[in-house]
Design a protein around this ligand. Structure first.
Ligand code: WQD
Length: 348
């Protein structure tokens, strides 16, 4: 995109800017000419991430180290920045297993921070709001691929409940506000790392998610990984998911903002599936990793994992057509960038 320097750079507030998807999205927003500020209290991320974002973009990103559950501190950001054109709200806890062990931590953190941000959206009349949602709102779908109209099933975890409730809170709040628009983005399984190798996923503790479990096993941080069940009714018995490169997810946020800024939206709370549109089994992902990395992976077949959805992948036609979203990365790219990032982490 040829950036028009005469255009006034629109200011975007990214909450959770030091997080995995937040940091990749800031890179894409800056590349596309937006003026970005971040709010992140680094409770689940490192402040070094925004230094890496600066290395990639050549732009220093101002971060407010604020806990969004504290309204007065959140409000102060908007008093200091009364020209915010849009907000992308990533900040939330997202570990499914932790949410089962400590549901109230998730309800308090994820919903209080959302309500505080929306109170500021209303008071300061911020025109555009993008909410980070998840395919987890579909639960175990009866029919796949899922479209944005696929009925939601009961959430499989308190984390999933906070996304279902979060969507309702955004939808009903935006319906009460005039001339303010929002978009809900339902991510499938974001994986991989920025091609520069400077930012990527930094799991806290033993990784619950498949790709970091694979790369940490391959690099020797984990002795062996478990495939949680191979007796499901799928191609090879292991679960099916829609893996999507984090940079493709990030670019979709820029496209969603432009969609709102150009007033192309028909409803004031539109929903988009952000998935690749392809379903791969756990064993197919492992095979692809072995092919790309040239490493044989040490894994064993373990028992099924409670709460696992058997198979889900997206119908992404709406995002492809309406947001003009062109995906750049395939499964091999996801494995390659994830592996490069894991090797980089080892050397830090
Ligand atoms: C994928 C598959 C596991 C680890 C995630 C996020 C959730 C949401 C959706 C954003 C499953 C299997 C995993 C391992 C394995 N994202 N697996 N061995 O469960 O789809 O949920 O994406 O909102 O926040 O958690 O992803 O990577 O945990 O699991 O066999 O060591 O890999 O059983 O079938 P999941 P996952």
């Amino acid at each position: 995109m040829i950036f028009c320097f005469l255009c006034i750079m629109k200011k975007i507030l990214v909450t959770g800017g030091s997080g995995y998807i937040g940091s990749h999205t800031i890179v894409d927003l800056v590349k596309n000419g937006f003026d970005v500020i971040s709010v992140d209290n680094n409770s689940r991320s490192s402040p070094d991430v925004l230094k890496a974002v600066e290395q990639i973009t050549g732009t220093r990103i101002k971060n407010y180290n604020v806990d969004l559950c504290i309204f007065d501190d959140t409000h102060a950001i908007f008093q200091e920045n009364n020209d915010i054109e849009g907000i992308i709200h990533f900040a939330a806890y997202k570990a499914v297993g932790e949410s089962v062990e400590n549901p109230l931590l998730y309800f308090e953190n994820n919903l209080t921070s959302l309500v505080n941000i929306l109170k500021c959206v209303a008071e300061f009349k911020v025109p555009h709001f993008v909410f980070s949602s998840s395919c987890t709102v579909y639960g175990n779908p009866d029919k796949i691929p899922v479209t944005e109209h696929t009925p939601q099933k009961p959430a499989e975890s308190p984390y999933g409940s906070t996304k279902q409730m979060g969507e309702d809170i955004v939808r009903q709040t935006m319906n009460s506000l005039k001339n303010q628009q929002s978009i809900l983005l339902r991510y499938f399984n974001p994986v991989g790392a920025h091609p520069s190798g400077l930012i990527g996923e930094i799991p806290i503790g033993r990784p619950a998610n498949l790709i970091p479990a694979i790369t940490q096993t391959a690099i020797g941080k984990l002795p062996q990984m478990q495939v949680w069940g191979n007796d499901y009714d799928t191609r090879d018995g292991s679960c099916v998911r829609d893996y999507i490169h984090v940079s493709d997810i990030a670019h979709a946020h820029t496209l969603a903002l432009n969609f709102l800024l150009e007033e192309k939206n028909e409803s004031n709370c539109d929903v988009f599936n952000l998935g690749s549109g392809n379903g791969f089994t756990v064993l197919e992902v492992i095979n692809t990793f072995e092919k790309v990395s040239g490493q044989k992976l040490n894994y064993a077949i373990g028992p099924r994992r409670a709460g696992d959805v058997i198979a889900i992948y997206a119908n992404n036609d709406k995002a492809v057509k309406l947001l003009n979203w062109k995906l750049e990365f395939g499964l091999e790219d996801m494995m390659r960038t994830a592996w490069e990032w894991e090797k980089k982490l080892k050397n830090i």
